[in-house]
Design a protein around this ligand. Structure first.
Ligand code: S3P
Length: 186
């Protein structure tokens, strides 16, 4: 008997992965996309291609405010795309009210929760994260942002001591349960 082709899915609405740097947003979105035939986009990678610069260069040249302006434009563009995608957002996306409104208006938000110490151990090259300095300021930044993550999130997934496979399986079942994933017709 011929091997059955894996089931391909599509999304009914965009799904936004939010959470602190090192939460696993990009890896989980990428894995889920590969396994389910969904489109995914990583906002930081998208911004780097669009601007032709590394995120760290954008921060150096235009400051955090300049970066946040670009981030909001890109968020809106992706949220309004005809094909709903898995969108992994930068960790600071929730700091702007406009972004929080876009996410709530257009899609479904999954907060991948991590603590600052585990996040630090997951980020091998911190020079790519201009806002992840020392562990104390990372802890303070995360504590300051936590209420915003929780207020935007439709659901929170705890990632403590878990691998990408495990987390992405949980995310897949919750998307099915919420009616966000449906099978693609051939
Ligand atoms: C940021 C997180 C980064 C990136 C930028 C700012 C933040 O994305 O957008 O360095 O403010 O937390 P990741 O969460 O993907 O690391």
């Amino acid at each position: 008997m011929a091997d059955r082709e894996p089931v391909q899915f599509k999304l009914t609405r965009p799904v936004f992965f939010i959470g602190f740097m090192g939460a696993g947003k990009s890896s989980v979105a990428r894995r889920l996309a590969r396994k389910s035939g969904l489109a995914s986009v990583d906002m930081d990678t998208y911004i780097e291609r669009r601007e032709g610069k590394r995120i760290s260069e954008i921060f150096q040249e235009s400051g955090e405010e300049g970066f946040r302006r670009i981030e909001t434009e890109v968020l809106r563009e992706l949220a309004e795309s005809d094909e709903p995608m898995l969108i992994s957002c930068g960790g600071g996306i929730v700091t702007r009210e406009e972004n929080r409104d876009i996410i709530s208006q257009y899609g479904f938000a999954i907060h991948l929760r991590v603590d600052a110490d585990e996040a630090a151990s997951r980020i091998s090259d911190k020079s790519t994260r201009p806002l992840f300095n020392d562990i104390d300021s990372a802890r303070a930044r995360l504590a300051e942002r936590m209420p915003a993550y929780e207020s935007v999130a439709d659901v929170t997934v705890d990632t403590a001591h878990r691998g990408i496979y495990d987390i992405s399986m949980e995310v897949k079942s919750l998307l099915e349960r919420e009616g966000l994933l449906c099978q693609r017709q051939k």
